[in-house]
Design a protein around this ligand. Structure first.
Ligand code: MAN
Length: 698
């Protein structure tokens, strides 16, 4: 390894972490300022005064010592110097021409590439994405506009269904419509989807987050995101979206067996939903620790309060009764179906005594499962109803009666509800009708008290509900009175120990009738039909989207090509390949040198490494090349390498000097983990170097 003595200029550039080298620099600087003695025949040999008259012959002609002390060996010494200079000069000439050639090539390449780039840019500008996007946006807006117009028309045509209702009654109609829709729906969400879809049809959307922070839900209207949501839903019915940000579900989940609260804010509405029911049931069970909720207690508190009030409403009466009694029944069945043969024998004996048939576990399990499914759907109804209540409780009071009417009708439409549902809800929310409502404790049909349907006057001169609803209710009443309650159903409605276990479950058990979806012949159908049958032009949208995505891909490809092309020629400014592009010929090349047990490898525009037989240590990432100082010293740098034990991150610095070939000629580590290299390269054979050598002609 050649001894490396950095020049003062080079040392100034060494990173501040390399303290040893800096100490050396201070020494070198102080030396250079001392008075010196110039050997007359050797222009580069300047001696500190301490070396004059010290008995050692330094100058070739011996003039640094008293006359007669030293022989004149200038002939020989200057010959070596001349030869060395001749070598340097010839090396310079080769390097200079090589550099010139490289720069010429680079200039040519830059011109060519710039022409290529201009063509690519033209091609890019000619791609019609904007037009296609605009026409897709037009489609979206048209579809959303059509929906909103039709929703308005439906609400207008059905005005007599809701215009007799007061604000609170409208809200209750929506809450119970959500409840029924929840019982009907296959969706596993906890938010009232039909209400949200009704909102979208009226250009209204609300997100879950807002009220979490502020206790107030912000309803957005006129937001382009409602248009997007509507349009997406039109194209993709199975994965509908209805919330502005698609971030949180409505009800909180809780973690039963972990203390970790690791909510990352990335759930969507329907993920990991724990129905509210679980909260209810667990809180009744003292043996389990109380459930742990995410830290948004106020909402949980509010929801619990709202759900309790929903459960206390007349419409929920038969539902609460069903849940209570079905739980009782399930307990009884569980007692009869233990995993224990002895008990079976006992039961069989008892059955013999009473001359009854032994129990049938399959049938009882079926009963349990049917009851469970019904309970699930009732709970979903409670969740959806609560969701609507929460919406009213925390949304700002800007919902007008007009908007509530629209939302009520839209909820019926999207909830797949029909005239009889509306009639049933009205029985439970209108004070004129409510006293005679459901009575699940008797054996009479719960509808008996309501049939035949009664009408009232809400708006002067107009009977309410409107006639088509009355007709539907009348025919419902007829069918109900024909369908007498079975003995079993009747007996099942009685609470307590004498509750008989049925062998099958029919609708109407414990007074609860599961809602059926709106039929095609429902009187509301003709009103809803135009909105229900409005579809987006799938084919056209599909082909538009396809073209946009094809063009986007093409655009990206061209953009990459342009970026790559600029990179090839040193960026737009042309300054990333060294001054005048001198690194162009060797961009991405690597050079290595062996020093001690290590092989050092530096790669331009890439990493510098220190390798031995078993390992490779990164010395740094390419930082660039600067020309430092007046003598045009080229310095390449790699920084941010592997951290040195108890020291800085490794770094590498290459000092480039003119030479015919590009090669690393030395490596040193003057300070721990600061690596310094010398490189010969034609890139440094420039005009400054030429002037420094004093060469006039090449
Ligand atoms: C390794 C090598 C050396 C360096 C030490 C520092 O042995 O990278 O060059 O000086 O680590 O601990």
């Amino acid at each position: 390894m050649r001894l490396f003595m950095p020049t003062i200029d080079a040392l100034v550039k060494i990173p501040p972490n390399c303290t040893h080298v800096n100490a050396f620099l201070a020494l070198a600087l102080s030396d250079s300022l001392l008075p010196s003695f110039q050997c007359p025949q050797q222009s580069k040999l300047k001696l500190p005064l301490s070396r004059v008259n010290d008995g050692i012959c330094d100058c070739c002609d011996g003039v640094d010592e008293p006359e007669g002390t030293c022989p004149d060996i200038c002939e020989e010494v200057l010959k070596e110097e001349r030869e060395a200079r001749a070598k340097v000069e010839s090396g310079f000439k080769v390097g200079y021409n090589k550099r010139k050639h490289d720069l010429f090539n680079f200039k040519k390449k830059r011109q060519e590439k710039q022409e290529e780039i201009a063509i690519l840019e033209e091609e890019l500008a000619s791609l019609p994405t904007d037009d296609l996007q605009k026409s897709l946006d037009r489609q979206k807006e048209k579809y959303a506009g059509d929906r909103q117009l039709l929703a308005f028309k439906v609400a207008k045509d059905l005005a007599d269904l809701v215009d007799g209702l007061k604000e609170e009654e409208l809200k209750n109609l929506i809450v119970h419509s959500c409840q029924l829709a929840g019982e009907l729906s296959e969706r596993s969400t906890t938010t009232c989807v039909p209400l949200r879809l009704a909102g979208l049809d009226m250009d209204m959307a609300w997100s879950e987050d807002n009220y979490v922070d502020s206790d107030e839900m912000v309803v957005k209207t006129g937001d382009s995101s409602t248009v997007d949501l509507l349009f997406d839903n039109a194209l993709n019915e199975n994965s509908m979206k209805w919330t502005l940000k698609g971030s949180r579900r409505r009800l909180e989940e809780y973690y039963e067996d972990t203390d970790d609260y690791d909510y990352h804010g990335d759930y969507t509405d329907d993920e990991f939903v724990e129905p509210y029911r679980a909260i209810e049931e667990d809180s009744e069970d003292d043996s389990k620790p109380p459930p742990k909720y995410r830290n948004r207690g106020s909402i949980i508190g509010k929801e619990k309060e709202l759900m309790d009030s929903l459960k206390g409403m007349v419409f929920s009466k038969s539902r609460v009764a069903f849940i209570d009694q079905s739980k009782e029944l399930a307990k009884k069945i569980d007692m009869l179906l233990p995993d224990d043969d002895d008990v079976y024998e006992k039961i069989e004996e008892e059955a013999k005594d009473e001359a009854e048939a032994p129990i049938d576990p399959v049938a009882y399990n079926m009963v349990k499962s049917t009851l469970g499914k019904t309970e699930d759907s009732i709970w979903k109804g409670f969740n959806w109803g609560t969701s609507a209540m929460l919406f009213f409780a925390v949304s700002p009071a800007t919902l007008s009666v007009e908007e509530l009417r629209g939302l009520a009708i839209g909820t019926l439409l999207h909830g797949n509800l029909g005239s009889v549902h509306v009639w049933q809800i009205l029985q439970s929310i209108l004070p004129e009708l409510v006293e005679t409502s459901f009575s699940p404790d008797t054996c009479a049909s719960p509808w008996a008290a309501l049939c035949p349907p009664k009408s009232i006057t809400r708006i002067k001169g107009k009977t309410y509900p409107p006639s088509y609803l009355m007709t539907a209710a009348e025919s419902f009443c007829m069918s109900q009175t024909e369908m007498a309650m079975t003995d079993e159903t009747c007996r099942a409605t009685k609470e307590g120990d004498d509750m008989t276990i049925p062998t099958s479950v029919q609708d109407g058990h414990f007074g609860y009738f599961a809602p059926a979806p709106r039929s095609m012949t429902d009187p509301l159908m003709p009103f809803f039909a135009p909105l229900l049958s409005l579809v987006a032009d799938q084919e056209e949208v599909k082909s538009l989207k396809q073209s946009i995505s094809d063009i986007e891909k093409k655009k990206k490809k061209i953009e990459w090509q342009i970026t790559d092309a600029w990179k090839d020629i040193g960026g737009k400014e042309g300054d990333q390949l060294g001054p005048s592009g001198e690194l162009y010929s060797m961009a991405n090349e690597c050079f290595s040198v062996v020093a001690g047990k290590y092989t050092y490898e530096v790669c331009l525009f890439n990493d510098a490494k220190q390798k031995d037989d078993s390992s490779s240590t990164k010395l740094g990432k390419w930082k660039g090349m600067d020309i430092e100082g007046d003598d045009g010293q080229r310095v390449m740098k790699w920084e941010g390498g592997q951290k040195c034990w108890n020291g800085p991150q490794r770094s590498a610095t290459v000092y480039v000097t003119c030479g015919p070939e590009t090669k690393l000629i030395s490596a040193d580590e003057p300070d721990t983990c600061c690596y310094v290299f010398e490189m010969d390269s034609h890139i440094a054979c420039d005009e400054i170097y030429k002037a420094k050598l004093g060469i006039s002609d090449v």
